[in-house]
Design a protein around this ligand. Structure first.
Ligand code: SF4
Length: 361
């Protein structure tokens, strides 16, 4: 069977596409630790880490997790706090919480079931991650389709249908399934993922050395920088956070834990005021629940930006030194030197670096 052809040579392209990709991968694929195992838990771990993280950054986290939690059961039995702490710095912490819950479900099942419906129903596992686990760990014929693969397919087959519409998604899903090498799904999936990440990159793809250049529609029609097409641009919301690093003269720090329904659920942070626009120091002084803050409040950094998927955070960072720990204050007082035991959002790590470099320490 051939994918419904938009252009006559689609069938020829399809028949050689996988073979060329696999040859390229066998000669050029990256040697990564999770590619040397078929342990479904370790493959799942790598997929969770890489969901929104580059390989360079994710590699050390993978090694750390695999060492500390070598099995699904060992991770399942850890406290959420420990998991979040090990995840600290990677961002998108819902991944860590979902990974933790997923390992609990696997542990309850007794072993990792070779069952797509089970894997797909695990917390934090979407179509892409399920297909990756099923093919890489169990050799089952499920085609991966993520942003990398969408880009490769849209360019190589000249697909102008927006990839974020129902129609575009259906088209790409059908094409991805058609192209899958059912004899070697793990090899094919790894090949197309690596190809998208290393060669057919979002910007400056390496078309000159591309083994698929001869059959690439986008290259032939000078559409490489126009594909893939997206229908809508995601709106970015600006948020303004004022953090008050509240400490005592004997070096205790006030921490508060973030609740659910917003970013960074379950992580710790310093007292924070969110406002519609940046606050002046006088405005900050007025809303602080402590007496006599004037003169004790110091601005450490202002308008530090931090980009999340759909939000742009603007943070001001103050340091407030109190004579003693106010027991009425919301949150918990902890030793300043024990701060590294708490999982903090990456933004706060950035702010703490500023603090370390400032005159306060
Ligand atoms: S020729 Fe360029 S655009 Fe086409 S598949 Fe290769 S790298 Fe991607």
């Amino acid at each position: 069977m051939c994918f419904v052809p938009k252009k006559q040579y689609f069938c020829i392209m399809i028949s050689s596409f996988g073979t060329q990709l696999e040859r390229w991968y066998e000669a050029n694929g990256r040697d990564l630790p999770w590619r040397r195992t078929q342990d479904p838990y370790l493959i799942m771990l790598s997929e969770f880490i890489l969901q929104q993280t580059q390989i360079v950054q994710g590699l050390s986290y993978y090694l750390r997790f695999a060492e500390r939690f070598p099995t699904a059961q060992s991770l399942a039995e850890a406290s959420e706090e420990e998991v979040l702490r090990l995840w600290q710095g990677l961002g998108y912490y819902s991944r860590a919480r979902n990974l933790h819950k997923a390992t609990q479900k696997i542990t309850e099942a007794g072993s990792f079931p070779q069952d797509y419906s089970f894997v797909r129903a695990l917390p934090g596992v979407g179509d892409y991650t399920a297909a990756a686990i099923m093919s890489l760990a169990f050799g089952k014929p499920y085609a991966v389709l993520d942003g990398n693969v969408q880009r490769v397919l849209a360019r190589h087959f000249g697909i102008t249908e927006p990839i974020d519409t129902t129609q575009g998604k259906k088209l790409l899903r059908a094409l991805a399934d058609e192209l899958l090498d059912r004899q070697h799904p793990a090899l094919y999936n790894q090949a197309i993922m690596d190809f998208g990440a290393c060669l057919c990159k979002p910007t400056s793809p390496l078309c000159v050395t591309c083994p698929l250049a001869e059959t690439c529609v986008a290259l032939k029609e000078h559409q490489v920088d126009k594909l893939p097409v997206k229908a809508k641009r995601t709106a970015i919301r600006d948020r303004y956070f004022t953090y008050i690093y509240t400490r005592t003269e004997d070096r205790k720090v006030l921490l508060q834990r973030r609740g659910s329904g917003d970013i960074w659920q379950g992580l710790f942070e310093f007292p924070m005021i969110e406002s519609e626009k940046p606050l002046t120091m006088a405005e900050v002084e007025k809303v602080l629940p402590f007496k006599e803050v004037r003169g004790r409040l110091l601005l450490v950094a202002s308008n530090i930006r931090h980009q999340l998927t759909h939000q742009r955070l603007h943070a001001d960072f103050y340091c407030l030194t109190l004579p003693f720990a106010d027991k009425q204050a919301k949150g918990q007082w902890t030793e300043e030197k024990a701060l590294d035991r708490y999982a903090l959002p990456r933004l706060l790590e950035k702010l703490l670096e500023r603090l370390t470099n400032s005159f306060v320490h």
